[in-house]
Design a protein around this ligand. Structure first.
Ligand SMILES: Nc1nc2c(ncn2[C@@H]2O[C@H](COP(=O)(O)OP(=O)(O)O)[C@@H](O)[C@H]2O)c(=O)[nH]1
Ligand SMILES: [Mg+2]
Length: 200
């Protein structure tokens, strides 16, 4: 995908009505600090278009990035951010779930898991929730550059076992830092947008 132009078109907050877009949407979900914004920047080829926060998890909005007028990359609030109240966390979760269940144009969720660690309870809960709702997702393993090739293979197995998702679930290791695995994500996005992919 050659990204010619990107525009942060809509920023939806807790009380916002979510837009009814006509273009396919691809959402990025995961624990705060897992690397969502960094991955979005790597995908769109910009250094810091999506905000990379030194204070992780601060994003409490659903951000729609229009790419080339042909699709949206959607950045969702992260889960598991310890520095906000239980009530705030619950509101963010509700908003995210409202987006994930309510968007007619959502084609795929990229669920990001930090490749260096075993998935946490909230990662496993996110996987189960997506499965229960029948929302198609791909697991993206982030920060691959922090591990050797051997460690990457080992952790991929560990994570695959822990999440107990169907065998055909795709796992894509990426490094936003080293720009590795970015092409594979674009390939997936392009295939799904071209096919129209009426899975949802
Ligand atoms: N080494 C390495 N660090 C990364 C990578 N992706 C993100 N990070 C770092 O992880 C932290 C959180 O990243 P961010 O994109 O803001 O995470 P978000 O909260 O999920 O949006 C930042 O310090 C990033 O520089 C990666 O691929 N490799
Ligand atoms: Mg972020």
């Amino acid at each position: 995908m050659i990204v010619k132009n990107v525009q942060l078109e809509t920023v939806a907050g807790i009380t916002s009505v979510l837009p009814k877009n006509a273009l396919p949407e691809f959402a990025f979900y995961g624990k705060s600090n897992v690397g969502k914004s960094s991955l979005l920047n790597a995908l769109i080829g910009r250094k810091s278009y999506a905000r990379i926060s030194s204070e992780p998890g601060k994003t409490a909005t659903v951000n729609y990035y229009n790419v080339n007028g042909s699709l949206y990359l959607v950045d969702l609030p992260g889960y598991g951010y310890a520095k906000v109240s239980e009530k705030t966390r619950e509101q963010w979760k509700k908003m995210t779930e409202r987006y994930l269940t309510g968007s007619a144009m959502l084609k795929q969720v990229f669920l990001l898991i930090d490749m260096r660690h075993e998935p946490g309870a909230n990662d496993l809960a996110a996987v189960s929730w997506l499965e229960a709702k029948g929302i198609p997702f791909t697991v993206v393993l982030t920060k691959a550059d922090k591990l050797s090739k051997n460690e990457q293979a080992k952790m991929q197995n560990v994570i695959r076992k822990a999440v107990t998702c169907p065998k055909e679930t795709v796992f894509l290791p990426v490094s936003a830092e080293k720009k590795e695995g970015i092409g594979a994500i674009w390939e997936k996005i392009e295939t799904l947008s071209e096919n129209g992919c009426g899975e949802i």
